[in-house]
Design a protein around this ligand. Structure first.
Ligand SMILES: C[S@@+](CC[C@H](N)C(=O)[O-])C[C@H]1O[C@@H](n2cnc3c(N)ncnc32)[C@H](O)[C@@H]1O
Length: 241
């Protein structure tokens, strides 16, 4: 299945929304990520689904060595341009995080990894593919390296489901998503996303071999390690390799 992010128009429209809604909170988020990953400048950070590089560039400007991976060539172009404008270097790799081991090679070793804001997990083709992705992330982390991801809080979707709503299959936990007819692109883009409830996400990380797994609430510009509330849109998971 092609990802909507591989379409230029979709990527550009999405970037406009990300810049408006999320960019201003990035510095606070990186403050929290630095602390939670337990890293210091010069450490190697892997940013999965890095998009236009808002976290990657902020980390690099603080002295970290950053590799960003993203499926969208358009967003990676934006990341390269923004890094150059900020006077920092980041390494950008284009590809699907489902093929992380091939993309990074067998010798990759990172001090910490992040996947913020729906950046892979859930859209890779089901829980087995998500598990394989998490195993690959664990394999490229140094011992005791930490991984922080944020994704939709499936609990909220289950609670909002109503009779006749066919966009969410609550038995399989799959959300069907498509661009509205008037979205402006030539073709309609569709995506099936596996939404996890917190206990499933915790279990998946533990199955992948992560330890000390914790689930928190989070909102743009408000990463505090706060308790997850049942109707939060997003949740955060932290695991130690
Ligand atoms: C909502 S954006 C978030 C971008 C960035 N992490 C941020 O917080 O600004 C989701 C990102 O995940 C990327 N993405 C989605 N599926 C992916 C996949 N299978 N492999 C690599 N990147 C993916 C998209 O291209 C997009 O840049």
């Amino acid at each position: 299945m092609n990802s909507p992010w591989e379409h230029k128009r979709f990527a550009e429209e999405s970037l406009r929304r990300i810049d408006a809604a999320f960019l201003p909170g990035t510095s606070q988020e990186v403050d929290f990520l630095e602390k939670t990953l337990g890293v210091a400048p010069q450490a190697r950070i892997l940013d999965l689904g890095c998009g236009a590089g808002r976290h990657a560039i902020e980390f690099a400007s603080r002295g970290y060595r950053v590799v960003g991976v993203d499926i969208s060539p358009w967003l990676l172009d934006a990341a390269r341009q923004r890094a150059a404008a900020a006077g920092v270097e980041i390494t950008c790799l284009q590809g699907n995080v489902a093929h992380l081991r091939t993309l990074l090679g067998q010798t990759a070793a990172f001090d910490g990894a992040i996947a913020i804001c729906e950046s892979g997990i859930g859209v890779l083709g089901g829980w087995k593919a998500d598990l394989a992705f998490l195993e690959a992330v664990k394999a490229v982390l140094k011992p005791r390296g930490r991984f922080v991801l944020t994704t939709y809080n499936g609990l909220r979707r289950y609670r909002k489901w109503e009779e006749g709503d066919e966009r969410f299959c609550f038995v399989r936990g799959i959300q069907h998503w498509e661009t509205p007819p008037d979205w402006g692109g030539e073709e309609r883009l569709v995506e099936e996303q596996r939404l996890y409830i917190p206990s499933e996400l915790r279990m998946l990380l533990e199955m992948a071999g992560f330890e000390e797994v914790a689930i928190y609430g989070c909102a743009p510009g408000s990463f505090q390690g706060q308790p997850l509330r049942i109707d939060d849109i997003e949740m955060m998971a932290v695991g130690t390799a």
